[in-house]
Design a protein around this ligand. Structure first.
Ligand code: 5GP
Length: 186
């Protein structure tokens, strides 16, 4: 894999509940030249999540096979499940000169920085940790245990946000989107 890829890899990281998904889907609607990499996960689908669209939902065994077969560009364990980026599609898009967006957690973002040093890495921050907790609870799909685990991880992730090329606070969505566009296209 060459580091002189013609396309651009955009990594968007931020704690669970920060609103990355909303920002990313608005970004994709407004900029059709961006393509989102669909990750694989062993997490169970939330209501409304479609296999192959939100994620590729895999059994633990199938995920472990994908790791062994080197089918993943990076992978990480997060809150008791595996998450990973399928390699083939991302490499193909980058080789074609396209912009590919990865929405991934911290360990994955660090791995990508090693493989693709030229990737633009953007960290989305919540206005405060209290606001983050409120957003995770408002989603209503996480157990108390999962909320606690996600908040503990969030604190660690936020502490690492300075490693990123850009940090953007998601307070007002439109303001955050404008900053994201600036980070990606500048
Ligand atoms: P959720 O369960 O809320 O959909 O995602 C949990 C976390 O996993 C989020 O921080 C999300 O960005 C991250 N994530 C999703 N896909 C991937 C992936 O392919 N690789 C890594 N490392 N993290 C991922």
């Amino acid at each position: 894999m060459s580091v002189e890829q013609p396309g651009q890899l955009i990594v968007i990281t931020g704690p669970s509940g920060v609103g990355k998904g909303t920002l990313v889907s608005l970004l994709l609607q407004r900029h059709p030249q961006l393509s989102l990499s669909v990750s694989a996960t062993t997490r169970k689908p939330r209501p409304g999540e479609i296999d192959g669209v939100a994620y590729y939902f895999l059994s633990q065994q199938d995920f472990e096979t994908a790791i062994l077969n080197h089918e993943l560009l990076e992978w990480a364990e997060y809150a008791g499940n595996y998450y990973g980026t399928p390699k083939a599609q991302v490499i193909e898009q980058i080789d074609q000169g396209n912009y590919v967006v990865l929405e991934i957690e911290l360990a994955g973002a660090r791995a990508i920085a090693n493989i693709f040093p030229q990737a633009r890495r953007i960290f989305i921050l919540p206005p405060s940790i209290e606001e983050l907790e409120a957003r995770i609870r408002a989603r209503g799909t996480n157990s108390e245990e999962s909320i606690a685990s996600r908040l503990a991880i969030a604190r660690q992730e936020i502490a690492a946000s300075e490693e990123f090329d850009f940090t953007i606070v998601n307070d007002e969505v439109e303001v955050a989107i404008a900053k994201l566009e600036n980070a990606i296209f500048s």
